[in-house]
Design a binder for this molecule. Structure first.
Ligand SMILES: C[S@@+](CC[C@H](N)C(=O)[O-])C[C@H]1O[C@@H](n2cnc3c(N)ncnc32)[C@H](O)[C@@H]1O
Length: 186
């Protein structure tokens, strides 16, 4: 009986110390946190959301096929040839919905998503990834004013602390559309 008690106390203490150490490490190293978050989202959360939302996303993204770019060079290449900016791209769960020939600029504050994004991107070569920018939606200084035809964001705004700042940036980078086309694009 005494030896069982000793066993429980010893291993209980060891387990407690181990958990405290892990917790301290987890809190101390933001890098590890980001890496773990990127892994968990890419491996578990994203695949389950992909299945659940497939039909909705197909419908939502279908409008892109008829968009005409405001970039004079893309415009001449026909419908669907557009430049899209995706905020909080993560592992790239929206890649499959982009139109063929679409040029994508990805913005993602967590650099550890890039490996997962690149791996996933191999399946969707129809999308040309122009840039993978490590930035927050609130500050996309690397993206020039009025340079993209559409901005996409799914499951991101709930994590953005400065929503107004992010919306301001979105407005800045979007090409303004003429009132004639506004209805079509919004
Ligand atoms: C739940 S994941 C969604 C990933 C992807 N958009 C999707 O639908 O699968 C949330 C993403 O938002 C990103 N994120 C968090 N705060 C952000 C911010 N302030 N600006 C841009 N992205 C942000 C995270 O790094 C993460 O990639």
């Amino acid at each position: 009986m005494a030896s069982l008690g000793n066993f429980v106390v010893t291993y209980g203490l060891l387990a407690g110390v181990f958990l405290v150490l892990m917790w301290a490490l987890y809190n101390k190293h933001k890098t590890a946190k980001k890496r773990i978050f990127a892994f968990l989202v890419s491996r578990y959360m994203a695949p389950s959301l992909v299945k659940k939302l497939h039909v909705f996303k197909q419908k939502l993204f279908s409008d892109m096929n008829t968009m005409v770019s405001c970039d004079p060079r893309l415009k001449t290449q026909g419908q669907g040839m557009i430049r899209v900016l995706e905020i909080g791209v993560g592992s790239g769960t929206n890649l499959e919905y982009y139109t063929s020939g679409c040029k994508l600029i990805s913005v993602e504050p967590n650099p550890y998503f890039e490996t997962h994004f690149k791996k996933n991107r191999e399946q969707f070569c129809h999308v040309e990834v122009e840039q993978f920018v490590t930035a927050m939606a609130e500050n996309m200084a690397e993206i020039p004013d009025k340079s993209v035809d559409a901005v996409v964001s799914t499951h991101v705004l709930c994590s953005v602390t400065d929503i107004m700042g992010a919306l301001h940036e979105i407005k800045r980078v979007l090409v303004p559309v003429s009132s004639k086309n506004k209805k079509k694009y919004l």
